[in-house]
Design a protein. Structure first.
Length: 287
């Protein structure tokens, strides 16, 4: 049943909790179900580079002390320049794909890579305030990349308790909302997600639910049949991960209304808080 537009901000959570649609390409995603987790104080913002494979070196004190989180800013602002390196094919378990891509952008030129780096830094701040060790796959400190297979390996080497890759979509005008991408069960070549599928779904459902609460954005109206969840087997960052991992597409950069949100710094703070609280809820539930 459709929710009237003027009631959507108040009713969408309840509606989603009562519905249970099935994805057309396999699997039956659970409705969004925000659970657990405290929201820390303080503001989110940019800080200096951690560098892939390492954290900030801050003391690990707080409810997330001892937890390791990999935050993967999708793409890289430098990806536009080294075209040969970016186009190089790498293995993703189920086949081969480009090392990386430039990502998308709004009509006004605000790049996905700039958006993802900004939100990732904000997420890092919130996680570190609660004692987690945070590893960014890059922090604007590389000329390009890393490639999608290396992004997965960074999480594996860190023995991360959770990993989240932050993106924004590039769909058509009128396509709105966020969705969280979960790994499909894959056993092919170097890919074996059998050990992480269930835990990644738990992580993804919590991130989706908390993102909805924090931002007020609706789940995608073009992917996931209203659940805010999607399952894919064609992403190297998921296929090659040996730790619980999800992607989040925070909105559609090619839609006028979504683009206005993605460009807004205050909304990006709320987006970061939604991602953070989803990860925090998952980590504390696993303790």
């Amino acid at each position: 049943m459709a929710v009237p537009a003027f009631l959507a901000p108040l009713c969408v959570v309840g509606w989603l909790l009562l519905s249970s649609p099935t994805e057309s390409h396999g699997g039956s995603p659970s409705p969004l179900s925000p659970q657990g987790g405290a929201t820390p104080g303080g503001s989110a913002g940019d800080r200096g580079a951690d560098g892939a494979g390492g954290g900030s070196g801050r003391p690990e004190r707080g409810p997330l002390a001892g937890k390791v989180v990999v935050v993967d800013p999708g793409h890289n602002p430098g990806n536009r320049r080294p075209t040969e390196e970016i186009a190089r094919q790498v293995g993703i378990g189920t086949g081969r794909k480009e090392c990386d891509t430039t990502g998308t952008a709004t009509d006004s030129g605000y790049a996905e890579a700039d958006f993802t780096l900004d939100v990732s830094r904000r997420v890092r701040t919130l996680l570190e305030e609660q004692g987690a060790k945070v590893v960014l796959t890059h922090d604007g400190d590389r000329p390009y990349g890393p490639c999608v297979d290396e992004r997965a390996e960074i999480g594996n080497r860190a023995h991360a308790d959770a990993a989240v890759s932050i993106h924004a979509d590039g769909s058509a005008e009128g396509d709105r909302g966020f969705h969280v991408i979960l790994p499909e069960a894959v056993r092919d070549g170097a890919a074996d997600t059998s050990a992480i599928v269930d835990r990644s779904r738990e992580l993804g459902e919590r991130v989706a639910g908390r993102f909805l609460q924090a931002t007020g954005s609706s789940p995608s109206n073009y992917i996931g049949e209203g659940t805010g969840l999607d399952v894919r087997s064609d992403l190297g960052g998921l296929n090659l991960s040996r730790v619980p991992k999800v992607f989040i597409e925070c909105g559609n950069m090619r839609d006028t209304e979504d683009a206005a949100l993605l460009r807004d710094a205050e909304w990006r703070s709320r987006a970061a808080r939604g991602i953070y609280t989803g990860v925090e809820s998952y980590l504390t539930s696993e303790s």
